[in-house]
Design a binder for this molecule. Structure first.
Ligand SMILES: C[S@@+](CC[C@H](N)C(=O)[O-])C[C@H]1O[C@@H](n2cnc3c(N)ncnc32)[C@H](O)[C@@H]1O
Length: 274
């Protein structure tokens, strides 16, 4: 699938990877490293999670490995913690095309955050896995939805970073989100998912996929992003009646992909609005 991606320099000076076909740029607003940290690692409180005593391994799904900015930010977070007390980290990365990572690794100056763990990224490219004490990493090459049933669970943190629902609708459908939700956990730390999309349609898909859904932090010019969770108490800013009012007025509220029968009433009667 080579040749579908190119390296670009953003107006803010950061280097990024762009899909030549639909033109979408990975992490366009504030650059890959800043976005990976702000939107995914910081919002997930990954450092605090990895420091919970006695909680066992933390499993993270990295949906859309791309140029590995989110992956590298998670790994840097884990490495920064004291070896004696940090939880083991198990990561499953999902990706259909390794060209973005190859391109980013070829541009050492443009993607400096890949340098510290270059051996890990090379191992994923060459062998599809990496392991060292306390860390295991598996690359699932191919469609994430097909790979999910083979990925180990339960997952605690999901970085949901495919291309946008407009260019990449299958990974934003209620069925896809339900498949992710099914790999999650109820008890313990529960399961939390972070993504950049804040559209009503995205949030409807997530509600129909069985998640509770909340507002995520702003990034760049985006005023909101989205956080989803297996339990309502895990959300700091759950969607409430104001979302339902917007939903009733919205002309673009159908979920992505196939809408399950009775989906509008399923949204209205979702447990988080009761
Ligand atoms: C926005 S980019 C990911 C950026 C990446 N998270 C990073 O930090 O650099 C989206 C990625 O999802 C991948 N992708 C698209 N459809 C996919 C699918 N069905 N399964 C797995 N990966 C997919 C694309 O090839 C692309 O690399």
């Amino acid at each position: 699938m080579g040749g579908q991606f190119e390296l670009v320099t953003l107006r803010n000076g950061h280097r990024a990877v762009r899909h030549v076909g639909h033109g979408e740029v990975m992490h366009p607003s504030v650059g890959p490293w800043a976005e990976a940290n702000a939107l995914y690692v910081t919002q997930a409180k990954l450092s605090e999670r990895l420091s919970v005593p006695g909680a066992g391994p933390l499993r993270l799904y990295d949906v859309g490995l791309g140029a590995a900015a989110n992956a590298a930010a998670a790994l840097a977070c884990w490495r920064a913690l004291p070896e004696a007390t940090r939880r083991p980290l198990h990561v499953d990365s999902f990706e259909v095309d390794l060209e973005p990572l190859r391109l980013a690794l070829s541009d050492v100056g443009g993607f400096p955050f890949l340098a510290a763990d270059r051996a890990v990224w090379m191992a994923l490219l060459e062998r599809g896995e990496h392991a060292e004490p306390g860390l295991s990493w598996r690359l699932h090459l191919g469609d994430a939805l097909r790979a999910l049933p083979r990925a180990e669970g339960p997952v605690e943190v999901i970085f949901h970073d495919p291309f946008s629902p407009e260019s990449n609708p299958t990974l934003w459908s209620p069925a896809a989100l339900a498949a992710l939700r099914a790999r999650g956990q109820e008890g313990g730390q529960g399961t939390v998912l972070f993504t950049y999309s804040a559209s009503t349609r995205t949030r409807v898909s997530m509600l129909l996929g069985g998640f509770c859904v909340g507002v995520g932090d702003a990034i760049g010019t985006k005023q909101e992003t989205t956080v989803a969770a297996s339990r309502l108490d895990l959300l700091q800013r759950p969607l409430d009646g104001r979302f339902l009012q917007r939903f009733e007025r919205s002309g673009a509220r159908a979920p992505f992909g196939e809408a399950p029968a009775g989906w509008e009433d399923a949204v209205r009667s979702h447990l988080q609005f009761r």
